[in-house]
Write a protein that binds this ligand. Sequence first.
Ligand code: UDP
Length: 457
Amino acid sequence: MSLRVAMISEHANPLALLGGVDAGGQNVYIDAVSRGLAERGFAVDVFTRREREDQPRVVPLTAGVRVVHVPVGPPRFLPKDDLWPLMPTFRNAIERMTRAHPRYDIIHGNFWMSGWVATELAERWRVPAAQIFHATGVTKRREQGEADTSPSERIEIERETVRRAQRTIAQCPAERDELIAEYDADPHRIALIPSAVDLERYRPAPQRAARQSLGLDADPDAQIVVYVGRMVPRKDVRNIIRALALLKSRRNGEGNGRLPQLYLVGGETEDPDPVATPEIGILRALAAELGVAELVTFVGRRQPAELHRWYSAADVAVTTPWYEPFGLTPLEAMACACPVIGADVGGISFTVVDGETGFLVPAKDPAALSARLEMVLRDGALRERLARAGRERVEREFTWTMAARRTAALYVDLLNEGGESVSRSVGKNEQIAFPRRSTGRLADSPADRLARRGATT
Ligand code: UDP
């Protein structure tokens, strides 16, 4: 019988469209890690809040992974900062859905609110909890100050969750250091598990073909800079536009060089819409004010299946957020053999090797970014070297198979800390010793029954 994982994620649903304000890396993580765990023989149920009337209660994602839409709060999108008051109901609803047989072996909390729910359920069900924050309240408060709309309890709840969870997963060394320094985490209870990239989905394509398929400038001398990500102030796309303006004024002064085009992928809608995505309006005004409007194209939100073509079409990918808990887009660019210029913050400092797979620049420093852009755009041999090294690096260090294997190993450690062992199969031909637990594990649970019925709400 498979080991069962309850993956709790109140707002980030692996079935959601990506690129909007509250749908980014966390959704990708839950999707990829759950699939990877299922391939290793685990059965994963992802519990997330129902956001639409027509969402079925249970949706199979792949063999071994189901998304359970928990009917809590109104059946419509709510900003994640409004969800905290709903969490006790969310916890109770999950408990009610699984009441007959609390049959999960591990609870995996995502983000701070589900961290609280995960530790609550773990204590009630007497099973271990692993927690990953994806972003921390301390960093957000430091970087966003007044603009941070997180509930005031956030940091205290995060501290409590670090205390209550058996393990906290850090995605990069900077996050591990922060958990220790700011949250008093016990270093022995932190697992460093970097997130990753899907190497088949994100693969290099010939630049010309990629440009053609996207309907971009076919001139082989045209140069393209791409940003992929959510359109929110902290991603500081404004910094990229400022750097482009600096590049333009320097080139004008020197009177040479065709200027690159900047493509911005992301936003709430397929067609770039400043009403749906206010940041697009701000960026558009800034580009006009700085005289680079004709160099900037807003693409709108795009789904992952298309993104490899954007990275492959580009000469360089840029991301310079104020802070970045991990940052999947630099890995995606590297996987597509696209050099990256990234801000030297958080996970980017860990994934991008300065001078080898791209360049690191200080955040909020358009002059530094502009200088690196100039260097990379002018040197084809350098770009080729960075591109090759980037792909090699992700193949070596950042695959989802590795992340899932490390997560599975973490679960095994936690279960083995629990007591007497029994042998259970967790994958093809793999037998690992697991503790015998007191929780009943019957073949059927309310979630199973709902899944069979395909019940809708
Ligand atoms: N993304 C996407 N379509 C878009 C914009 C972004 O699929 O239009 C994806 C992007 O490819 C990446 C994720 O959203 O996988 C963003 O993750 P990242 O860790 O870079 O940033 P976060 O959004 O978590 O802050």
